[in-house]
Design a protein around this ligand. Sequence first.
Ligand code: ADE
Length: 234
Amino acid sequence: MKNIAVIMAMDSEAAPLLNKLEINHKIAGKIDEHLPMKVYKTKYHGHNISIVTSGECKRNKVQNVGTAPAVISTLTAIKDFKADFIINAGTAGGFKKRGADIGKVYTVDTTVFHDRRIPIPGYQEYGTYRSEHKIATDYAKALNIETAIISTGDSLDMSPEDEKLIESNLALLKDMEAAAIAWVTDQYSIPTLFLKSVTDIVDGEHPTEEEFFANLKLASENLGEKLIELIEKI
Ligand code: ADE
């Protein structure tokens, strides 16, 4: 029996998983009276499951995507829910030159940042914070999917500087949370599995934001299916 925490950014990414677990979306708990994160708790396949989404921004009334809310969710899952296995599940952009396709789901064996550029000795590596997640390979085999390198930054678009770093790291996926979550779980040495579903092709011809919303439902459905399969294999 494990205490599994599933850290997700957007409510719409979590919806298919909540449906499959027969959790009513309207009965979310809160992690703190001041914070917008939502928590759903259940038991599945002998495990305690906590699903934490980043919730809605109080000021802008949109979903709290990005690294800062993801870090708070992860820390709370570890300290308050005693998580001993973390899953970060979400959507990502994918590079078709490395084999990505819309709706394809991957595990992640390497996380790295592309927007923390600090050209000072030692700080460069701290900024990119490349970390490996060896469990990704076995779970990919068990789920019959591929593993990928993911690069994280706090922007949906990609500046030329971001692109250079993403390219040098051979990233197949690009998201806004994974490497930050990896930094937290690294502090606590907690096994972490990243499961990411592709909403948009970064090196394709369509504007990212349009492709993202057009494919969010499909990518989240595929993610939900693989998440259930994954929890059944833990
Ligand atoms: N999430 C989904 N698509 C993304 C992209 N292209 N960049 C960053 N995060 C994403």
